[in-house]
Design a protein around this ligand. Sequence first.
Ligand code: ADP
Ligand code: PMV
Ligand code: MG
Length: 371
Amino acid sequence: MAAVQECFISAPGKSILHGEHAVVHGKVALAVALNLRTYLRLQVASSSQVSISLPNINTFLCWDLRELTAIADGSTDTRSMAVLAFLYTYLCVFSESEVLPGLKVCVWSELPTGAGLGSSAAYTVCVSAALLTARGTISSPLTHSQESARWSEQELELINSWAFQGEKIIHGNPSGVDNAVGTWGGFLRYHAGKITPLSKVPTLRILLTNTNVPRSTKLLVSRVKDRINQYPTVMIPVLESVDAVSRICECTLAEMATEGASAKHYSTLEDLIDINQQHLNVMGVGHEALNTLCQLTLAHGLHSKLTGAGGGGCAITLLTPETGECVVRDVIEDLKKLGFDCWETSIGSPGVLMHSPTSLTHSVIHILNKY
Ligand SMILES: Nc1ncnc2c1ncn2[C@@H]1O[C@H](COP(=O)(O)OP(=O)(O)O)[C@@H](O)[C@H]1O
Ligand SMILES: C[C@@](O)(CCOP(=O)(O)O)CC(=O)O
Ligand SMILES: [Mg+2]
């Protein structure tokens, strides 16, 4: 396949409705792609240098290709993880090439990094798609007249599997749900590596709140594992219960889509949110700021749970047809007073895309061209 000289790629972040952490231990998770995306620009350079610009984490690095022989592992800080995931994918994807190509790569995201919205997976999906396309392992799907395009199923599977390897570097022991949503988009059920797009889902209104409490998915995933090892007879039933929550939620959503949504359906969704939030606290991934958030929204009659790895980061709040616009406005205002960011999000966005530069917004292209 012909390798490209330049490409623009994006992948969405995600929100997990139910099943975070439990999914790492083989239970069902339900996740949905967000309308917040990570963007990447790759240029093949004539110089013998590879450079990566990551303005979200204030990281700008350049290597002489002759020096890129062995890369040290073992670091867990934000920059090392992102850079290692890139270098690992770059060196592996081009391992069979006669020469390593000089490259200039810039990645910028609308997603907050390290907040539970799958920024790590959106990043590794973009990096994998760009490098595999630059190598010519997968096609460049964009034709002249198109604004954006997606790869074939088989090519998406390859992107997803490389993105999963990148997630391993950032997460340690990822389930694979985040890179699956980043690759395929939409609304997915994920169970032990099996990805099933959910076709029967109602339109849901969801409020996303970022507590702005920083946390690391890698540390939280290993904390849950330690707790399971320490108290297996206590924790395994909790994971089973989360699994049941995901399954009941899936059936409820399907019923809502086929029969029409009733107040009873929404009441079930709210109960499941409350139950799962308690379970996540039991798993040890809660945070004072998340408790405050849940209590505050409940005072307005709205139900919330953390989303992603927890320990801070983001929560989702379900809005129902009964929720008046003034309630939504008041809740957002109260959450912002606590220093949280809060916005209504649209869900079910497309997975990884290749874009023509003219189809990207002015601000995205400005940032990608700047570095
Ligand atoms: N746009 C980005 N630029 C650089 N690194 C990123 C970007 N997005 C994510 N990352 C990497 O992913 C890490 C965050 O991943 P993680 O802890 O799994 O949180 P989450 O996936 O919920 O945002 C960051 O510390 C960084 O290493
Ligand atoms: C906690 C977990 O279920 C989701 C982590 O998502 P995030 O990195 O916090 O966006 C881990 C995983 O599934 O790999
Ligand atoms: Mg992550």
